[in-house]
Structure formats: C-alpha cells, structure tokens
Ligand binder design. Structure first.
Ligand code: ZN
Length: 140
C-alpha cells in the first residue's frame, strides 16, 4: 500500500470550481488548474465545446490561450476539472478513456445533491482503467 497523501487546495479555488459548475448547469463545465511547485495558483475557467449536460471537451482555442498564460507565468498544469450535474463526483467510463495525461489530477464537481456540491480529485491511468482518489485538504 502507498502512503496516503492529501492534496492541499485553498478554499477560494475549490469554491471557484463549484461556482463555475453551478453557473453552467445543467451543462457540464470544465477548466484547467495551474500551479507552481505543486501548489495551486489559479483556476482557469474554460469553454466546454460540447455545451452538453453529459460530456465535455475543452475548447481548443481556449486551451491554447490558457496554456500560453500558464507558460508565460512559468506555472505548470496541475489538473483539469469538470462537473457532473446529475451523477456523482467520480470519473465516468468516458472520463477514464479521455484521461490522456496521467500526471494530472482530475477534479470532479458533482451537483447531484444541489444543496451540497461535492468536489473530489483523482489520478486516472487510462491504460488499465485504474482510478485512485487523491483526498483533498481544503484550507482557508
Ligand atoms: Zn465526467
């Protein structure tokens, strides 16, 4: 068994992902999480090119814009987030199949219980379909 790690993230960044999910509902929202030395520095909202309640893909132009900004600031990609408006905060079969970047954390916001949005993060290894939760420590 590996050592259990907690991924530390400031509450304002967690709140930003949840706010985006609520604003775009019932469609899924998506975005990119940037950081420095493993610490989150910014949550970038992106356009879901699918405009769909059931799937997402980050709009290509938006992806290039955000990636350029992350490079300019000498930050790194930490993760990608998207929302599930009707299902739990757990990667779907499609999410696993599209998780091409095993070093990233995949954040999921669930609005299934609208009074209590859920935010969770996972490492996804698409080759063997392994999903490992990275527990979050949300701090002020
Ligand atoms: Zn999904």
């Amino acid at each position: 068994m590996g050592v259990t790690t907690l991924f530390r993230i400031e509450k304002k960044f967690a709140d930003e992902m949840i706010a985006h999910a609520i604003e775009d509902a019932p469609n899924e929202c998506c975005g990119i999480i940037a950081g420095k030395d493993g610490k989150v520095t910014q949550v970038y909202r992106a356009i879901n090119a699918h405009l769909s309640p059931y799937s997402y893909t980050i709009d290509t132009k938006d992806l290039l814009r955000i990636d350029g900004e992350i490079s300019d600031r000498e930050w790194e990609w930490i993760g990608i987030y998207h929302s599930h408006t009707f299902t739990e905060a757990y990667p779907s079969a499609t999410d696993i199949n599209l998780a091409f970047l095993p070093n990233l954390l995949y954040f999921l916001v669930s609005l299934r219980d609208s009074s209590s949005p859920d935010l969770r993060a996972f490492h996804i290894f698409r080759e063997d379909g392994t999903v490992t939760e990275e527990p979050l420590a949300i701090f002020e």
